[in-house]
Design a protein around this ligand. Structure first.
Ligand code: 5GP
Ligand code: ZN
Length: 139
């Protein structure tokens, strides 16, 4: 298994570990966007969020919730940006689910999640709602 996050989760390669849960591991990003940039990963090797088993998803997000305050306060920050690049089209470079927690400060010059996108939506919202609900109904 050559996946770098699997290897970190197993302890085969070093990382600055922040927390270990039964099913998830949190560690510092090797190329942080800000001091205290944490990655939370499931132990299970799964590329996309929607492929996570329910228990793994629960543990992953419980860990994110538990860490978000300490990551902010430990770095004396004002907030956190929490995000997931979910699929190669989004810029995901490591195909093992990981949640970024990045400490933020007022006036730090970084944008909000909205700043990633160049434009707004174009299709009728009811039509878009129908399209998603139709997929949801397929289960
Ligand atoms: P992505 O772009 O896939 O959402 O983010 C992957 C993140 O993993 C990047 O922020 C990158 O710096 C981090 N990363 C990649 N390889 C390693 C590694 O070997 N160790 C650690 N700690 N972080 C890594
Ligand atoms: Zn993996």
């Amino acid at each position: 298994m050559s996946c770098v996050f699997c290897r970190i989760a197993r302890g085969d390669i070093p990382a600055e570990i922040i927390a270990r849960e039964d099913g998830a591991v949190a560690f510092l990003d090797v190329a942080p966007l800000a001091d205290g940039h944490v990655l939370v990963v499931p132990e299970a090797h799964v590329a996309r969020l929607e492929d996570l088993a329910p228990d793994d998803a629960r543990t992953l997000f419980q860990t994110v919730v538990r860490l978000s305050g300490p990551v902010r306060d430990g770095l004396g920050a004002d907030g956190t940006t929490i995000g997931v690049n979910n699929g190669a089209a989004t810029g995901q470079t490591v195909p093992h689910v990981h949640v970024h927690i990045v400490p933020r400060r007022h006036g730090d010059g970084a944008g909000s999640i909205h700043s990633i996108f160049p434009g707004g939506s174009r299709r009728d919202v009811a039509e878009v709602g129908d399209a998603i609900r139709a997929e949801l109904a397929l289960g």
